[in-house]
Design a binder for this molecule. Sequence first.
Ligand SMILES: Cc1cc2nc3c(=O)[nH]c(=O)nc-3n(C[C@H](O)[C@H](O)[C@H](O)COP(=O)(O)OP(=O)(O)OC[C@H]3O[C@@H](n4cnc5c(N)ncnc54)[C@H](O)[C@@H]3O)c2cc1C
Length: 395
Amino acid sequence: MGLLIDKEQCTMCEACLSSCPFGSLEVRDEAIYATESCTLCGACIDACPMDAISIEGGREVEEDSFADYKGILIFGEQRQGKVASVVYELLGEGRKLADQLGEELSVVLLGAGLEEEAKKLIHGSADKVYLYDDTNLEKFHDDVFTEVIANLVHEVKPSIMLCGATAIGRSFFPILAGKLKTGLTADCTELAIDKKEGYILQTRPAFGGNIMATIICPYTRPQMATIRAKVFKPAPLDIHHKGEVITKSFDSTKIKSRYVIQQVVETVEETANIADADIIVSGGRGVGGPEGFKLIEELALAIGGAVGASRAAVDAGWIKYPHQVGQTGKTVCPKLYIACGISGAIQHLAGMQSADVIVAINKDKDAPIFDVATYGIVGEVDEIIPLLIKKLKKG
Ligand SMILES: Cc1cc2nc3c(=O)[nH]c(=O)nc-3n(C[C@H](O)[C@H](O)[C@H](O)COP(=O)(O)OP(=O)(O)OC[C@H]3O[C@@H](n4cnc5c(N)ncnc54)[C@H](O)[C@@H]3O)c2cc1C
């Protein structure tokens, strides 16, 4: 794929030059060329008044043929025979989007011995589960998974495909998008449907996290996105939900991996149990120093929660990185999140705003954290937290 500039059509008006957000177009020998930094974002295509620019191999699908593409297909990531929790989060959000579109919600599940897991996905609100139950698929091989799912996509033509932004999703979804010659928005934190056009609106942090960009995929199908874990609520299980498990097969003599997995080594790193905690007490710059975190730990202990932190506190060395909540830390979805001395920067909110109940303690009544808080306490952390601990200890 590359940028094609039709020299016959181009009038050298240079509208494309100023439209390029990456400064990737240059004039050489009285013609315009794309440099290596071009990301094929397409801004110049829209800016060109002469329709002289196109993407080689892109925008091939005529919009009329999109009528064949319907429904949402979720990649059912599993490890050791157990479907990952992010799949249920995608089902929860996918159900809402599919209902808005009036289309089906499906899951593609690859692995061995997964019949019960497939039924559970139906209870998690899937209308269909395409099940490839084969010992050759027991271990994840990105080349085999790509090939098998690409064939399914050609057959069932989903309009939207979703996958968790996990190590597995991040490794093979871009390859799949390349194979299908379509776009992919990685690491989304929000999804919605454009009511007029029916596109999926894929929102993710961009430009170093300084803005939230909403991305659409108007020219190719399927529209593909990976989504961070814990940003959506998991679909509740309903044993009465009706759906169909469709058994699929593939020719393992034709679709073979180019590599052999010798060993799976689990890395040992310092961990903090915040990702799955029901209660998190988090401290920010407002706790004042490492000693402030002693108070946070005491409150966490009294309430039976884990300790989280803002990046400012981590950067200051008051607490270790595994505790960081936010865009470049962990995304959490506890029942209760207590933010102490945290301002509520967008990058912090990206990691915790789906918590069921948010309590904010901050001395500044105008701090943005109060915009997302269920309950707000305006005051000094070193006055409020000891009062809370005392109350909790009294029972
Ligand atoms: C690309 C990028 C990625 C980022 N990723 C993350 C991320 O993953 N997680 C993250 O948290 N941030 C992240 N940030 C940083 C983010 O923008 C903020 O700088 C950071 O969240 C601020 O941390 P804070 O709220 O602890 O500090 P501040 O913004 O300094 O806020 C401190 C707050 O404490 C209050 N306060 C001060 N003293 C007291 C007191 N005694 N009692 C009560 N309240 C008090 C103040 O009123 C203030 O609201 C990222 C930034 C960028 C650019």
